[in-house]
Structures are given as structure tokens and as C-alpha cells.
Design a protein around this ligand. Sequence first.
Ligand code: ATP
Length: 462
Amino acid sequence: MSQENAGQNLMDKLISLCKQRGIILPGSEIYGGLANAWDFGPYGALLKNNIRQAWIKHFVTSRDDMVLLESGVIMNSKVWEASGHIMNFTDPLVDCKKCKKRFRSDHILEQRSLEPGYAKEAPVDWSTMRCPECGGELTEVRQFNLMFKSTMGPVEEEGATVYLRPELAGGMFTDFKLIQQANRKRLPFGIAQVGKAFRNEITPGNYIFRTREFEIMELEYFVQPTAWEKAFEMWLGVMKSWLKSLGVADNSLYFHEIPEGERAHYSKRTVDIEYHYPFGLKELYGLAYRTDYDLAQHAKHSGADLTYQDPETGEKFIPHVVEPSMGLERTVLVTLLSAYHEEEAPTAEAGETDRRVVLKLPKHLAPIQVAVLPLSKKEELATVAQALAQDLRQKFTVEYDDTQSIGKRYRRQDEIGTPYCVTVDFESLNDKAVTVRDRDSMKQERVKIQEVREYLKDKFGS
Ligand code: ATP
């Protein structure tokens, strides 16, 4: 099988597993769907929330130089004028005159640049370019603003035009001074947030890789002008340790130093962290040194004083900013891709094996941490099993399942990545013990009911 087919195959299998198991569902499906809109089902919502919480711990609450913010999705439109989004947050698009499909012209060029003999530096003559799908002629390149527009106020004609935020940084910059003063912060310090962003993408797709509604986990780290390089290296290190904690292998990542001509004009260094997705090497996260550009722009447009006074030297200046920016859905995607395994595993029949699909998610991210599985629905077993499940719920996310054969129930839990299954059998009534099965090794251990909670706490390291 070619590499491309193998990749597509893996994506198809993951998408189908996620739908079957209620992890990620096609949005508005009963109405025929909505292009590239996905809902996070019961397990997906838990997984996403665990990742969100783990991110907040890793980047914010485990440090004393970070604070969390939750700013509005809709802000004063002047924010987007100052940041340049109204003028410049555009993607270049071309239409195919024959099949009417729409493409990002930079994506077409990216594709072309991989062809042998393609001269990247030569000026592009669009009349010679052809549609990648049907070979038809393409239109001229047009700029298309990606912001979703709406109207605020009860009467549409009189209301003010507002935008759904296309990124989160605006809130961190507009609230910078208030937070710095109210929270008595000294440089270096950072403001982080996690929340929804909206972009009217021209070509959404590749599952949850590029959608029009998504979440960003982002922070602005404010530093003295001379301290940015140290902060940049520090955050690069934190992002690497974060990716490790998700179970993402080093060799699936590529750290792309963006060369000078391709960086935003104000940025002195940008690194894109790229990932070898089954559909190609593409951006996962970004890390950028943004100088004092954003605060200076907001100070200029709002008239507010956004300088910081060094308490020791008395010097006043506009802080410089290092910004790590991470998509939550792309994080969910690489976590799932890293966790997805298929392997031969023994069945209940002695000496026989079959293929099992297992999500080897990091334990702290698994949507269900412990499954309680009574061997039979009989009341004497159900009473013991339900009491145990209720006790474990004080500490863990627990699922109680008493349907189908035990083999099928194990496989189901493997497919949603549950690290431990606790089986209550008839012997449990006599020896007051249960069997705990480990997802990855499939080893089983007999543990006293009274000690199960402590045993599992130990396993989760909590
Ligand atoms: P791309 O080049 O892929 O369009 P970008 O460079 O415009 O991305 P940023 O503006 O840096 O992306 O956004 C921050 C992060 O948000 C990205 O690193 C990515 O993880 C995520 N992201 C951006 N656009 C989308 C989208 N349409 N759907 C899902 N995640 C996205």
C-alpha cells in the first residue's frame, strides 16, 4: 500500500471509530450535515475537556508567572481595526472556472512547489495554473476576509457591525494593563486563555484539522525588550514537554524555523511546530516573537497608555511579547493519532487471537478512567458492582457496563481508551476481591474490593 493510501486508511479508520463510539460526530447529520462541522460526542467532550484542563495546568496553574483570562468572543470592532484583522486577515483564493471549486492559492503553490523542476522564486503566472481537481482554468487571485460578521443590536439596519473573534490574542492585549495592575504582576508574566475562535476558512477539511469553528489555547508572555530570546527558548521547551505528555512521538514532529522573508513583518522569530499527519506534514502549533507590535498598535488606536514601568529602574516601555499558539482540535487529533493502535490479542478462547483496536491514551486524558463490569446482571453481583462504581466515582470518571459478553465489553473499553476495567464475578462474593485489567498489557490482577480505590489512585499517580 502506498504511503498516501495507508494514511487515508488510518484517517478513515479513526473517523469511523470516533463516530461508532460517540467520540466525534458529524455535525447536524440528520439535516444532511453542515460542511466540515463536527460535534464532540460524550467521550470526545470528556477527552477534549481533559486536554483543556491539562493544558491550563501545564501552561498556567503549575507556574507563578501566568494568569488565566476568559474574554468575550465579540469585542469592540476597533480591536480588529487596530490589530489589522479587518484590513489584512485575508486568504488569497482562486476559483476553478470549470468545476467551480474554490482553493487557497497559497495551497496550490505549496503543492506545485513539491513538483520536480518547479522554480519557487519565479513570478507566478496564474493563467498557466490549473485546477488540482479537474485541470480546469483558474480565475485571478482575490483576497477574502476570514472573519465572520454579525450585527449587534435589535434593529439590523441600525446595529453595529461586530465580528466573531478569529483569534484570542485581542483579549489579552486589551486587558493587559488592567490585569497587570489588578494582579500586581511584574515582567516577565503571561496571560493565557482557551476558547472558541471562528474563521470563514475557504477550504476547511481533513476532519477536525481545519474547521470554521474551533478552540485555541494561547498565551501572550510579556517581557523586557532584551529578554525575548530566553523566553522564546523557554516556551519552546514547555511546548515540547506538553507534546510529550500527550504521547506524541518526537519523530512525528518537525520544527520549522520560518525564514525572514516569510515571517510577519514585526516578527523576529517564528517556529511552526509541524506534524506528520496521515494527509501530510502540516502545522500543529505556532510560536512567535511579536516584538511590541500589538501593544503599540492598541495604544495608538485606543489612546490608552499601555506602557509598563520597571519598579527597579523606573524605566517606562511597551513590553515585548512571545506568543505560543495551539489549536485544541488539532491537539485532540494528534493525541488520537498517537494513541491509535491495532494489534493481535488473545481472545477468551485459549490459544486464539484476534485483532484489537486500542486507544493507548495517556491515562490522565482518557475520557473514562475506570470501567466497572459485573460478569452477570444478577442482583447479588449488581449490588456489589454498583456500590463499587459509586465509590470509585468520588475519584475517577467511571462507566458501568453490564451488557454483552465480557470479551466484547473489554474491546469496547479498549476502543475508547479506558486504562482500567474492574470485573466483578461470582468469586467476588466470597473473596471480597475483583479483577483489575490493564488496557495496555491486558494483565489481570486480583485486588481486594476495599483496596481498589487506593490501588487505582496509585496507578494514576494521583
Ligand atoms: P493555518 O496556516 O493552518 O491556517 P494559522 O497559521 O493561520 O494556521 P494561527 O493563526 O497561528 O494559525 O492559529 C493558531 C492555532 O490554531 C494553529 O496553530 C492551529 O493549531 C489552530 N488553527 C488555526 N486555524 C484552524 C482551523 N481553521 N481549524 C482548527 N484549528 C485551527
